[in-house]
Design a protein. Structure first.
Length: 249
């Protein structure tokens, strides 16, 4: 459906028949993308004695349990409850689902043995643009990201200075194609998460971080209309399906 919508003070022409899915699906396989030292997810039919809840084995239904961790096993969106003592759920704190977003591509810089995304890189990519959401694609960008096992790899991360800059720019929703915006092994400091949600001041409860996305190379850098879809989990994070829509001329 090609539609013209009013979004705040702008009229946007969007073809909702052409979604650009930047999520990674969850599969019960060792090749499922993974981090945080966990085994792969499991999707298994209920069993009661000899009865197995799968049509393939004679049942009238397929009736599976799914065992997974949203932070470790694929695209997920999290709220400040991820790092606060008080329990907060993504389901209660993400109440709007469409945003103006900018897709940027960055080549992480080396800092000793780390690879970082710096404030300077973010400044260069965003310029004076005003956006509600930022989608970060790192390079190299290959389909290996769909199956990569990230544990003990010291993936690229955002510096605290870069995250603080994004907060000042008004970015409410940050999406990245890594398991975390923070360094894998940082002694639990989570400086990026704390800076983004402003845990030393008034916590930004309406802000979210989405990790483990994959932005195909065919998607060009620039402005998009973003839809963040979540499952209604009363949990700090939920599996999610972020969708980009090109803004038509």
């Amino acid at each position: 459906m090609l539609a013209t919508i009013q979004y705040h003070s702008r009229k946007l022409k969007i073809d909702f028949r052409k979604p650009l899915d930047i999520s990674i699906p969850l599969r019960a396989a060792k090749t499922n993308v993974n981090a945080w030292y966990l085994n792969e997810p499991r999707i298994e039919p209920i069993r009661e004695g000899e009865w197995v809840a799968t049509v393939r084995q004679g049942a009238s239904i397929n009736f599976n349990n799914i065992h997974f961790n949203p932070h470790a096993h694929g695209t997920h969106t999290e709220c400040a409850g991820h790092i606060t003592k008080k329990v907060h759920s993504i389901n209660k704190n993400l109440n709007q689902f469409f945003f103006m977003a900018e897709v940027i591509t960055v080549a992480p810089e080396y800092l000793e043995e780390d690879r970082i995304i710096s404030k300077k890189q973010i400044q260069f990519a965003l310029g004076n643009k005003k956006r509600e959401a930022l989608v970060i694609r790192t390079i190299p960008n290959t389909k290996k990201k769909l199956t990569r096992q990230y544990s003990h790899t010291n993936w690229p991360y955002l510096t605290e200075e870069a995250v603080t800059y994004l907060v000042k720019k008004g970015i409410k929703h940050l999406l990245i194609d890594q398991p975390s915006i923070d360094k894998e092994k940082d002694e639990g400091k989570l400086v990026g998460h704390n800076a983004f949600w402003n845990t030393k001041g008034k916590i930004r409860m309406d802000a979210t971080i989405t990790e483990f996305i994959f932005v195909p190379n065919a998607i060009k850098d620039g402005e998009y209309f973003l839809n963040i879809q979540i499952a209604p989990f009363e949990n700090d994070a939920s599996p999610s399906k972020p969708i980009l829509y090109k803004i038509e001329d």
